[in-house]
Ligand binder design. Structure first.
Ligand SMILES: *[C@@H]1O[C@H](CO)[C@@H](O)[C@H](O)[C@H]1NC(C)=O
Ligand SMILES: *[C@@H]1O[C@H](CO)[C@@H](O)[C@H](O)[C@H]1NC(C)=O
Ligand SMILES: *[C@@H]1O[C@H](CO)[C@@H](O)[C@H](O)[C@H]1NC(C)=O
Ligand SMILES: *[C@@H]1O[C@H](CO)[C@@H](O)[C@H](O)[C@H]1NC(C)=O
Ligand SMILES: CC(=O)N[C@H]1CO[C@H](CO)[C@@H](O)[C@@H]1O
Length: 586
């Protein structure tokens, strides 16, 4: 039931949780539950349907075989019927009766006295005209289509968002439906009735008193402006067919999704505050008398240090033989008191989630190493490494350490903070934008490696690399040519010493610069692609990296956000992109 509400953020902030969320289809609730309200709401009001455009002179309507020119109002309603002419509806008795009754209300008295029998009305010419129009729309040129797209985007930008309590929110249905004929389901007794055009005079606006109240279209007034912060809607009106109230509300799904994301990163931020305490605790526990506690502490160390997954509670081993931290077996690790000049090295080799091999050689602390030796004593290769531990015990322990803590939170925390540190380290303030983006991708890669997000090199890799290389070669040649031309222009200018040759030198210089920049861009691209060969950046970017870090980085260096996130990602992270916070420190 509460799925339809836009309130979960305020509730959760107050420390409440729903007992249960039923994922039933959306029901529009116009009111928040008791005690929930917004403090601030600002929006631009609805977008009205475009006004009626009268038919061209050559499109005719016939009554009883004779051409008849309709008044604008009557003509508009006639077009609704004409557009549906091929539809079965227009043959139904109730539909025709309802339509005719409502149509007559829009007619002039003259029209009313002439048009008395719907069966004598001939809409076919109109209908043909609309068919031709929709055909023409399909044949539109790219530019025309782009123009429409641009206009839609402009509307979305202007009207598609509101501000509610410091959050910029997407509005679900900011466009008011155009007028038309009511259809209803089955044999609805009201089918065919005229769904009126909604005018500003029908509209109730709901917003904060202290917000910029939306302006009605010129020459019009709103029915009412109210400031009711206990309701969920921004705009409402009463539709004329059923007399039901219609609302414009927020887009609940985007908000709920965004909130989950937001909460995840807030939990990771909380971990940052207590991670030192947790680390001190598990270090102490390595010395515990209880075997169970020691195992738990070593497992926790792995989760923290290596971003291992805890392991599934149920499905484990059901399909492929994949393991997580708690289900590691003796055969999955090798202990090396010394390896490649390092002490106490653990060699991991197992199949993790999605059957991705995890292979890593890590030096660990002496106490961990000694404990692992102890856990492996007298065991067979196929025995559990942590025989006193399972995923539910570990998860329970994590909950006790911090509310909401799971192995995944460690991953999120480490991934996010690593990204932040890497960005600080790798970004060179003097770099141009492509080089800065390369640094960003490198920071992102460092995280992906940490999270073991490998991939097989794409099949097209070699080919696309070769393409890029030949582009680079061509660009190099072009650069050499441009440099030669510059040199000879300079020599020429030395001899001639006139304005014209000076200008030529200048323009040749610019050309060289431009080509140098293009070459650099291509080279950066090649480096990026090469380094990315076996690493999947998407997973960490989408699931483990607090988007606020990336957004803050982009803002700091003036990098357009589009360079970092594509359209889908920008939608997912809208909550972070729109955030006012300029200096985001994870
Ligand atoms: C309406 O026109 C149709 C077709 O011309 C005719 O068959 C029908 O009898 C007319 N109905 C009335 C009530 O005049
Ligand atoms: C994140 O993980 C890496 C790799 O294990 C580790 O070296 C580092 O200390 C961790 N960083 C933080 C801040 O937890
Ligand atoms: C984990 O271990 C606890 C205590 O030994 C036991 O009660 C629980 O059933 C185990 N859970 C699973 C999923 O094996
Ligand atoms: C955006 O990138 C993701 C990979 O992270 C990809 O799956 C998705 O298709 C891309 N979307 C667009 C619109 O390019
Ligand atoms: C027309 C309309 O939407 N009216 C609603 C406005 O808000 C009040 C208070 O929440 C409701 O009672 C009305 O039904």
């Amino acid at each position: 039931y509460f799925e339809c509400l836009n309130t979960s953020l305020s509730l959760m902030q107050q420390g409440f949780k729903w007992k249960h969320v039923f994922r039933t289809p959306l029901i529009s609730c116009s009111r928040y539950p008791e005690g929930i309200k917004w403090k601030f709401l600002e929006h631009k009001g609805p977008v009205f349907a475009p006004p009626y455009e009268p038919l061209p002179e050559n499109v005719k309507f016939y009554y009883d075989g004779k051409v008849m020119k309709l008044s604008t109002k009557a003509e508009e309603v006639a077009t609704f019927f004409a557009k549906m002419l091929d539809h079965e509806y227009t043959t139904k008795e109730i539909f025709r009766k309802n339509f005719f009754k409502d149509w007559r209300k829009e007619m002039t008295s003259e029209e009313k006295s002439t048009i008395t029998n719907l069966s004598k009305c001939d809409f076919t010419h109109m209908s043909q005209y609309f068919k031709a129009q929709s055909e023409a729309r399909k044949q539109m040129s790219k530019e025309e289509k782009q123009k429409i797209k641009d206009e839609n985007e402009r509307l979305l930008k202007e009207y598609g968002y509101c501000v509610m309590d410091n959050h910029k929110e997407r509005i679900a249905n900011f466009k008011i439906e155009p007028p038309g004929l009511f259809r209803g389901r089955g044999n609805h007794p009201k089918m065919g009735m005229l769904k009126r055009r909604i005018m500003p005079e029908d509209i109730i606006i709901n917003c904060s008193k202290d917000s910029k109240i939306p302006a009605p279209p010129p020459g019009h007034k709103w029915k009412e402006v109210r400031h009711d912060n206990k309701v969920t809607w921004l705009v409402s009106w009463t539709e004329n067919i059923q007399g039901s109230i219609k609302y414009i509300m927020l887009n609940p799904s985007s908000r709920i999704k965004g909130e989950k994301d937001w909460q995840k990163y807030e939990t990771a931020r909380r971990l940052k505050k207590c991670v030192d305490k947790i680390r001190n605790q598990y270090r102490e526990d390595w010395k515990s008398k209880e075997m169970k506690v020691r195992q738990r502490a070593v497992a926790l160390y792995f989760i923290d240090k290596l971003a291992l997954r805890a392991g599934n509670e149920k499905e484990e081993g059901e399909t492929a033989d994949t393991v997580g931290c708690c289900s590691l077996r003796v055969e999955h690790i090798k202990l090396h008191p010394e390896l490649d000049g390092q002490e106490y090295v653990v060699e991991f080799d197992f199949l993790g989630k999605d059957s991705i091999r995890y292979y890593n050689k890590v030096p660990v602390e002496k106490r961990v190493f000694k404990n692992l030796q102890l856990f492996m004593e007298n065991k067979q290769p196929e025995d559990d490494l942590f025989d006193r531990l399972n995923t539910s015990i570990l998860n329970k322990h994590l909950q006790d350490l911090m509310e909401g803590l799971t192995a995944k939170v460690f991953r999120t925390y480490n991934a996010s903070i690593t990204l932040q540190q890497q960005l600080k380290e790798l970004t060179n303030p003097d770099d141009n934008i492509p080089a800065k983006i390369l640094s960003y991708n490198r920071a992102n890669r460092a995280v992906a490696i940490l999270c073991n997000h490998q991939r097989a090199p794409p099949k097209t890799f070699e080919k696309s690399m070769m393409n890029l290389q030949s582009k680079i070669d061509a660009k190099k040649e072009q650069l050499a040519d441009a440099r030669r031309e510059l040199k000879s222009a300079k020599a020429d200018a030395k001899v001639r010493r006139d304005e014209k040759s000076k200008k030529t030198v200048e323009s040749k210089k610019k050309a060289v610069q431009r080509i140098e920049e293009q070459l650099m861009k291509l080279e950066v691209q090649a480096t990026d692609r090469e380094e990315n060969k076996q690493i999947a950046l998407g997973t960490s970017k989408l699931n483990y990296l607090d988007p606020r870090i990336s957004v803050a980085w982009c803002k700091k260096w003036g990098i357009p956000i589009e360079k970092i996130y594509n359209k889908t990602q920008r939608e997912k992270f809208a909550w972070a992109i729109d955030m006012a916070e300029e200096d985001y420190e994870f």
